[in-house]
Design a protein around this ligand. Structure first.
Ligand SMILES: Nc1ncnc2c1ncn2[C@@H]1O[C@H](COP(=O)(O)OS(=O)(=O)O)[C@@H](OP(=O)(O)O)[C@H]1O
Ligand SMILES: Nc1ncnc2c1ncn2[C@@H]1O[C@H](COP(=O)(O)OP(=O)(O)O)[C@@H](O)[C@H]1O
Length: 530
């Protein structure tokens, strides 16, 4: 999309009703926008979906392979109507796409009671109070404004068009995509390597992002295990990919959805465990996969391979999990007190204008610390306001109360030798000093001023808030109609118009290490192949 179109959409989006997406919905939108759901490129309407098949037909061609629509609760749906344009946002409020609504329906209604079809121009009369708990489905075309700001493993988050070209760039004929690769045993990886050599294929070890936050160590462990597994393959013949897939179930529909996505990422073959999709094990599972292929439910070029002993305790990479982990020898008591070397508690307190880059750098930092096996509590301004401080306004008193609450939670995390990452605006010097006073005696306190100039923040305007503030639609907006008092002596200052996210993170990690909050050296490999 051209810059002009993106700017126009952003401008329009500031006036539109919003839908806040869940992690799974965010992944769906990303898959639609990148072409990973091709030929589906929009949120489907009832017409796109076709008639709902009877249960006995499931598993036959009558059922569309992909079913991608938005589910919203009835309260949100009551603000929507056919033809309306709405902006889709992530949990922080960043604008991702504009949806033009073409259909809204209640899946539990019989056809005769169904809501009007997409062709009707009139706004819909939607839910009454007794239907409040229901989920309604919404379909229509979407236009992307931005991509979700993912800063955990950017080198592993490849697009379908890029990955599909990778075998050719490496002069290989095919691509074997390994579903949920972190679960595979060492023996299974060796078997995959042998098949790949035979059919001249690149092996892609797929890690599903599963909507996990960068603070969730499960994601980092999966990446670590797959990086370890790469050693089973000859150089240049295998690659990791972190795909925006959240599991939608463990049945055949999920398998078909994944197979369609993998095909769009360029896979000619896919290795998966039929048991993960309720298809039985061994010969039974293989037969079920062959049947799906025979029914024409898979891309013709896609072969599902299931005859390997994929998972299990014997010989698995998982067998050595935990061995050699840092700090295994330290007693629990010592760890709790924060006296374990490299495990001192800390608060990284970001402060700066809206759009300065606090959340982006904070999330990337959380992901980096996770890679270094450090658990983190991320206290982002927007998220805190959604949960802990939902009743507060942006008056001076309420902003102070909000920051003191964040400070209190961060102090508890620091006291227990964790790392708290806070990313509010925190515009007032005195309140920031109060928080520093609450934490400094318990662990390290890093005030990180994200000092990006306001002109840059206004130009970025990822949530469209500056446009609204200038139009007088938001009052007391920091930097426009409310003050921001710059820190005088921050531990770190980062102007993100001059410093890349990775470099900002590296500076903070170095500072944490120098203060005894991290163990060992910062030597995790960051190559494109993982
Ligand atoms: N009037 C006004 N001023 C500033 N910001 C506003 C306002 N209204 C809403 N928002 C959105 O709220 C986010 C800032 O919340 P914080 O809790 O970080 O603010 S504060 O520290 O209590 O001042 C801020 O998030 P970031 O853009 O991530 O900074 C905005 O999305
Ligand atoms: N070097 C950088 N560091 C951080 N953000 C950047 C950088 N360059 C561009 N950006 C963009 O600036 C915007 C910052 O938004 P966000 O992180 O939500 O800011 P804040 O949390 O301070 O409101 C994002 O859209 C991000 O992609």
């Amino acid at each position: 999309m051209s810059h002009e179109r993106a700017r126009a959409l952003k401008q329009e989006a500031t006036r539109l009703e919003s839908i806040s997406l869940t992690a799974a919905q965010l992944c769906d939108i990303e898959l639609l926008l990148t072409g990973a759901y091709a030929p589906v490129t929009r949120l489907m309407t009832r017409q796109d979906l076709g008639p709902e098949p009877a249960a006995s037909q499931i598993g036959r061609v009558a059922r569309p392979q992909l079913q991608v629509f938005l589910e919203v609760n009835a309260a949100s749906a009551s603000k929507l109507s056919l033809g309306q344009r709405v902006v889709l946002r992530d949990d922080e409020g960043a604008m991702l796409a504009v949806l033009t609504i073409e259909d809204i329906w209640d899946p539990r209604m019989a056809a005769k009671d169904a809501l009007p079809q997409a062709t009707e121009a009139t706004p819909q009369a939607l839910p009454t109070p007794e239907t409040e708990a229901r989920c309604l489905r919404v379909g229509g075309s979407i236009e992307g404004i931005g991509t979700p700001g993912r800063h955990d493993y950017p080198e592993l988050r490849v697009t379908p068009s890029w990955l599909a070209e990778e075998p050719r760039r490496r002069r290989l004929q095919r691509m074997i995509l390994v579903d949920s690769a972190a679960e595979l045993t060492q023996t299974a990886h060796q078997a995959v390597a042998a098949i790949a050599a035979e059919i001249d294929a690149l092996v892609v070890l797929q890690i599903a992002d599963d909507g996990l936050q960068p603070t969730d160590l499960r994601l980092h462990r999966a990446v670590r295990e797959c990086r370890e597994a790469l050693r089973q393959y000859p150089a240049g013949r295998a690659q990791l990919a972190l795909l925006p897939l959240v599991s939608k179930g463990n049945d055949v529909h999920e398998l078909l959805r994944r197979a369609a996505v993998y095909g769009n990422y360029g896979a000619t073959h896919c290795i998966l465990d039929p048991r993960d999709y309720g298809l039985g094990s061994g010969a039974e599972g293989s037969a079920a996969l062959s049947k799906l292929s025979a029914e024409g439910l898979l891309k013709t070029s896609m072969t599902l391979i299931s005859s390997l002993d994929l998972t299990g305790p014997a010989g698995g990479l998982t067998a050595d999990r935990g061995a050699g982990r840092p700090h295994a020898s330290h007693s629990r008591g010592a760890r709790r007190s924060g006296r374990v070397p490299g495990r001192r508690g800390a608060t990284c307190f970001f402060t700066g204008l809206s759009g300065a880059g606090k959340s982006t750098v904070a999330r990337a930092l959380a992901a980096r610390l996770g890679q270094l096996d450090r658990t983190v509590s991320l206290l982002d301004g927007d998220i805190i306001r959604k949960h802990l401080s939902s009743e507060l306004t942006f008056s001076k008193e309420h902003r102070d109360l909000n920051i003191r609450r964040i400070g209190y939670v961060a102090s508890e995390v620091t006291r227990h030798a964790g790392i708290a990452i806070c990313a509010p605006i925190a515009p007032y010097r005195i309140t920031r000093a109060t928080v520093r006073g609450m934490i400094e005696s318990l662990g390290e306190f890093l005030e990180i001023h994200v000092s990006t100039p306001i002109q840059i923040c206004e130009k970025r305007d990822p949530k469209g808030l500056y446009a609204k503030a200038h139009a007088g639609l938001i009052k007391d907006f920091t930097g426009v109609s409310d003050p921001y008092e710059e820190p005088e002596h921050p531990e770190i200052a980062i102007d993100t118009s001059q410093v890349e996210v990775e470099d900002a993170v590296a500076r903070i990690v170095a500072e944490l290490r120098a203060r005894g909050c991290l163990h060992g050296s910062d030597d995790w490999p960051q190559t494109a192949a993982g």
